[in-house]
Design a binder for this molecule. Structure first.
Ligand SMILES: *[C@@H]1O[C@H](CO)[C@@H](O)[C@H](O)[C@H]1NC(C)=O
Ligand SMILES: *[C@@H]1O[C@H](CO)[C@@H](O)[C@H](O)[C@H]1NC(C)=O
Ligand SMILES: *[C@@H]1O[C@H](CO)[C@@H](O)[C@H](O)[C@H]1NC(C)=O
Length: 485
């Protein structure tokens, strides 16, 4: 026994870990520092929805070489969280999660997938709510609950996608939230928050928000009340503003929220390339007291044209100009101020659920939730069987194995994840691998990377690149001499 706990203790100290975060009123809070956490996130789904394929046994967090490449690039960019949509609970995610953990990034995870039987459907929703569907969502919880950097679970994504879907869907989404929270309460040692990620259908947004965050018994202990509310919003396009984008309406509408609010997706891509000036608003005084940040859509370039990195799924990659624009915007933020805000002393109490909250004709105003489907109560009480299980593991080599190029075609040298210290969250400047300029402006690095480079490691990198420069100059000199003859 003693031996075993000594070994356990050793194991625990060998791997640096992020501090699990908590929800306090309408903030995410780091219980160790007492400070608020603002999500600076990236939607991460390499391969698109095909990146999750039960037949080929892969999902976005199952190939450590790919995760190393992407964690290094995201670390350079400056993000502190990823959102992953389609996960297979039966795969091993230990190495990928350990890489993202060491890179200082939290994970917001969808428990659903686009595969049949793995999500509530917008049409005839009642047909998609059954025990083996719930079992899968609980299995995702099991697979990720033991990682310290699991920040939240999404119980649904855009299941309400137009007005016609509001007649029956709300009570089912709320029921799944309830079931997940009950499962977590029984089987997880910390209260990992659960909430819905809504499409920005403005006509039904406020009814959706009220439906999912009201309390049936009038307090925050309601097991079917969302622990957070997230919004996929694309209303800030190009050179817009807080008011032109209608972000001001969002702040007004959400300002009395009892739970954290954030963008679970943002980043309108018309016009393109993007300039990401909404970053200044989201993380500035306009919004940071109401929004706990947001998640940019998305990392990988796909047909829908929202990517910042163009890649083959499991190989080389090329940064796109949007990568540099986003990095430049992040670099303008005062990160240490942003991540050291104090939680608000109190938040508005949840409102009591009542048909009076519903304003749109046809939106469900029935708050009697569907009962658990047959067989589900047993899974909640006994747990998923067999239980997938995850744990942080030691990573020995942080180098990226694939070639990654700048937008101008030059290869990024010495690309690697820089493992951060215990509890250290990623921020711009943590990893200062030097990039060249984006879309051929030729003005050298965007400047953001060097700003935070005050620690020893970076100096080492600088010295190393100076070394390479000197050798290059020498070679050029010789070449010039030879040419002169
Ligand atoms: C529940 O999920 C686990 C893990 O994915 C799986 O092995 C098991 O077969 C599932 N059980 C049911 C009843 O669907
Ligand atoms: C992405 O890379 C592929 C080749 O790998 C290329 O055909 C395509 O044009 C690139 N897309 C963009 C948007 O750069
Ligand atoms: C409200 O929903 C519950 C559960 O789905 C159902 O049993 C009940 O009949 C519904 N009530 C009304 C008035 O539609």
């Amino acid at each position: 026994m003693l031996m075993q706990s000594a070994l356990l203790a050793l194991g625990a100290t060998a791997v640096a870990a992020l501090q699990p975060l908590e929800v306090k009123n309408d903030d995410f809070v780091n219980p160790k520092t007492g400070n608020r956490f603002q999500i600076v996130g990236m939607a991460y789904q390499p391969g698109g929805s095909a990146g999750y394929d039960p037949k080929t046994k892969r999902d976005p967090l199952s190939n450590p070489d790919v995760c190393m490449r992407d964690a290094a690039l995201l670390q350079i960019l400056g993000v502190n969280a990823i959102r992953v949509y389609n996960l297979n609970p039966d795969l091993n995610h230990d190495e990928c999660v350990s890489i993202f953990n060491a890179a200082g990034m939290y994970m917001l995870l969808d428990v659903n997938s686009p595969m049949p039987g793995e999500a509530l459907t917008s049409f005839e929703v009642y047909k998609s709510y059954y025990a083996s569907y719930l079992n899968r969502t609980f299995a995702v919880v099991e697979a990720f609950k033991d990682y310290p950097n699991t920040l939240a679970f999404f119980s649904g994504n855009e299941v309400i996608d137009k007005e016609e879907t509001t007649e029956f869907v709300p009570s089912y989404v709320r029921a799944v939230t309830r079931d997940l929270k009950n499962y977590i309460k029984k089987h997880v040692s910390r209260p990992i928050p659960v909430g819905y990620s809504a499409a920005d259908v403005r006509e039904v947004l406020w009814d959706s928000f009220n439906y999912f965050t009201c309390s049936l018994q009038g307090d925050a202990n309601d097991m079917s009340m969302g622990d957070l509310f997230a919004l996929n919003s694309y209303s800030w396009c190009g050179d817009s503003s807080f008011t032109k984008s209608s972000f001001d309406d969002l702040v007004e509408g959400f300002k009395d929220s009892p739970v954290p609010i954030f963008f679970s997706e943002f980043g309108c891509n018309t016009p393109s390339p993007r300039i990401f000036t909404e970053i200044g608003s989201i993380y500035g005084p306009d919004m940071y007291n109401v929004f706990a940040g947001g998640i940019v859509y998305e990392y990988t370039q796909e047909e829908n044209n929202y990517g910042i990195v163009n890649m083959t799924e499991e190989g080389p990659a090329t940064l796109m100009s949007d990568f540099y624009s986003l990095k430049e915007q992040y670099a303008k933020l005062d990160f240490s101020k942003l991540q050291n805000l104090k939680p608000k002393a109190s938040a508005p109490k949840p409102v009591s659920c009542s048909p009076k909250l519903i304003t749109v004709d046809g939106f469900q105003s029935n708050f009697t939730l569907p009962a658990l489907p047959p067989g589900a109560a047993k899974i909640i009480s006994e747990g998923v069987s067999p239980k997938p299980k995850g744990k942080l593991v030691e990573i020995k080599d942080w180098k990226v194995k694939f070639e990654v190029r700048n937008a101008d075609g030059t290869v990024i040298k010495d690309l690697a994840v820089k493992p951060l210290a215990d509890d250290e969250v990623n921020a711009p400047g943590s990893n200062t691998a030097s990039l060249s300029a984006g879309s051929g402006s030729g003005s050298g690095s965007s400047g953001s990377g060097s700003q935070g480079s005050t620690n020893g490691d970076d100096k080492e990198n600088d010295a190393a690149s100076r070394g390479v420069g000197a050798v290059l100059a020498l070679v050029m000199g010789v070449v010039a001499m030879v040419a002169a003859f």
